[in-house]
Design a protein around this ligand. Structure first.
Ligand SMILES: [Zn+2]
Length: 71
């Protein structure tokens, strides 16, 4: 019977260093996962919202007629 790697978590929680729980990997608990999430949302990783205010009109391409019906 070989050891199951999924049953053993070699990586500790990135927040507090406790053994990570399988349910909250790579963290040990929902709280630590939440802490990491807020680091992303509230820190320098914050991404400014970009709104495009352009109308979604159909793009009509000009027909030159050079490559068709040249007979
Ligand atoms: Zn933790």
């Amino acid at each position: 019977m070989k050891p199951d790697p999924a049953n053993d978590n070699p990586k500790p929680c990135q927040i507090c260093g406790k053994p990570s729980a399988e349910k909250y990997r790579p963290f040990c608990s929902a709280r630590c996962a939440d802490v990491d999430l807020h680091r992303w949302l509230g820190g320098r990783y914050a991404i400014p919202a970009v709104e495009t205010d352009e109308p979604d009109d159909e793009t009509i391409l000009p027909d030159d007629g050079n490559a068709s019906g040249d007979d």
